[in-house]
Design a protein. Structure first.
Length: 134
């Protein structure tokens, strides 16, 4: 395959020198970015699902499987609040929050609310507030 100009949408066209057929390669990441933007627009806005709700749910179902990554923070924390939320389907979401700023420090999905949140020791900590019974 060799390059053969661009189409009217600006995509690279390719041509097979042997049979002289041409075509353009579709960029799936462009479609995924648009779907993710639509999903986040619905998720973070206080509005119902767009028209064609079933098609919207099918088109954006892959977005529920995304796992956001929080980079480890090396800042010293004076107060950390930890809380677990049980979900109906089983499992628990543990969240550690900075008690002064309200910033999420770490989170983890667990089978029960008894696993550890951090991977390393917490140094220079004055107070830990844990919600619930252990």
């Amino acid at each position: 395959m060799k390059k053969n100009g661009h189409d009217r949408l600006g995509r690279q066209r390719w041509m097979c020198p042997g049979c002289r057929t041409t075509g353009a390669v579709r960029d799936p990441s462009r479609r995924r970015r648009a779907e993710l933007a639509e999903f986040l627009g619905w998720l973070l806005a206080p509005s119902p699902q767009p028209s064609g709700s079933r098609a919207f749910r099918k088109r954006t179902s892959w977005c529920w499987g995304l796992r956001p990554v929080l980079e480890p923070d090396a800042a010293a924390r004076h107060v950390v609040m930890a809380d677990g939320t049980y979900l109906r389907g089983g499992g628990c979401l543990l969240v550690a929050i900075d008690g002064l700023s309200g910033e999420v420090i770490a989170w983890r999905w667990c089978a029960r609310c008894v696993c550890s949140i951090g991977s390393g020791p917490v140094e220079h900590l004055e107070l830990v507030h844990v919600s619930g019974w252990f």
